[in-house]
Design a protein around this ligand. Structure first.
Ligand SMILES: Nc1nc2c(ncn2[C@@H]2O[C@H](COP(=O)(O)OP(=O)(O)O)[C@@H](O)[C@H]2O)c(=O)[nH]1
Ligand SMILES: [Mg+2]
Length: 312
């Protein structure tokens, strides 16, 4: 089994009206201006974003001229290649986190409800399966319920949770967790953080402090700052990305609730606009519902076609 098989079979099971609509545009119909308009509309509806859609179409139009293409169906594989190239151009896209040097830390940031706490539990389980030791850090100290929620995930996954009392300093919690990992010489600390927005600047200061404290304890290559992004929010979620990036220096994205989106083009706009690799995709609420993201798997599901080198 390849590492991406789970992702590919799970997204293929999702009835996705958007992808059906996109792939049905490629048929034995002659290539006309109407095709380009329909394709652009489909891409924009699917959350690819207007600028990104226009850029993709300009490239594909050029390919259609170069290749003297007469029917839309003949463009399908060129479009698939273009999408794969657009995604794979981002370093790290299509490979799960490798964190070769331990101890290391993964900070999960994002707005309330995006899925950080759930993802912390799922990611702990992924790392355990890789044979790593994991410590969860309950750095969302803002709500008592958040600490309890993470502890429950810790129990489910069977990993230790470092927590402090409600209202305590979140950077201190992460510091303690990193110390615990250092003491054993191995392990990955996964830090769940707060996402409240109504005190936004305080939140960003607090996150920046968490990142600084972690950075004092571990070198850059051993710290990942991942934005946990709700697929259903689509491009609206991008507004926050910049602020989180300023606070913690984002190194990647985990896209949650992907099974619930009728779109999916968000994947392409993350590559084009945020220029960040998608490391994992959340496909449900259970502990095993986190899969490494595969650009080729995504494109083959979107366009309903087999792609060679699917699973590397
Ligand atoms: N369907 C689905 N629900 C998810 C996924 N990830 C998280 N959730 C749900 O989203 C809600 C908010 O998740 P939570 O982890 O508490 O978000 P947080 O506020 O960012 O910590 C919960 O009901 C989760 O079960 C996912 O990949 N798919
Ligand atoms: Mg939470």
């Amino acid at each position: 089994m390849g590492i991406f098989d789970g992702f590919i079979s799970k997204i293929k099971n999702v009835t996705n009206k958007w992808s059906q609509g996109v792939s049905s545009l490629f048929s034995d119909a002659p290539l006309t201006d109407a095709f380009w308009e329909d394709l652009e509309e489909r891409l924009v509806l699917g959350d690819v974003g207007i600028e990104t859609a226009e850029a993709l179409i300009a490239d594909l139009r050029q390919a259609s001229i170069d290749m003297r293409i007469a029917h839309t169906g003949e463009l399908k594989s060129a479009f698939a290649d273009l999408l794969v190239r657009t995604l794979e151009e981002i370093p790290g896209m299509g490979s799960p986190l490798d964190l070769p040097t331990e101890p290391s830390a993964v900070l999960l940031v994002g707005v309330n409800g995006s899925g950080k706490t759930t993802t912390a539990g799922k990611l702990a389980s992924v790392f355990l399966r890789e044979g790593r030791s994991v410590i969860l850090a309950a750095a969302d100290t803002y709500r008592a319920a958040a600490i309890e929620q993470l502890k429950a995930w810790g129990e489910r996954a069977g990993v230790r949770v470092i927590a402090s009392s409600h209202g305590s300093d979140s950077a201190a919690v992460v510091f303690d967790a990193v110390q615990a990992a250092k003491a054993s010489g191995t392990g990955v600390v996964i830090a769940d953080t707060a996402g409240r927005l109504h005190t936004k600047s305080n939140l960003m200061e607090e996150l920046a402090k968490v990142r600084r404290v972690t950075g004092r304890e571990l070198p850059d290559g051993q710290v990942e700052s991942l934005l946990v992004l709700d697929s259903v929010m689509g491009q609206n979620g991008f507004a926050q990305a910049e602020a989180f990036d300023r606070a913690v220096g984002l190194t990647g994205v985990i896209l949650t609730k992907f099974e619930n989106t009728a779109k999916g083009g968000i994947v392409v706009s993350i590559a084009k606009k945020l220029r960040l690799p998608i490391r994992y995709v959340g496909l449900g609420e259970g502990i095993d519902d986190l899969e490494p993201f595969s650009p080729r798997g995504f494109v083959s599901a979107l366009l309903d076609m087999e792609m060679s080198d699917d699973v590397r």
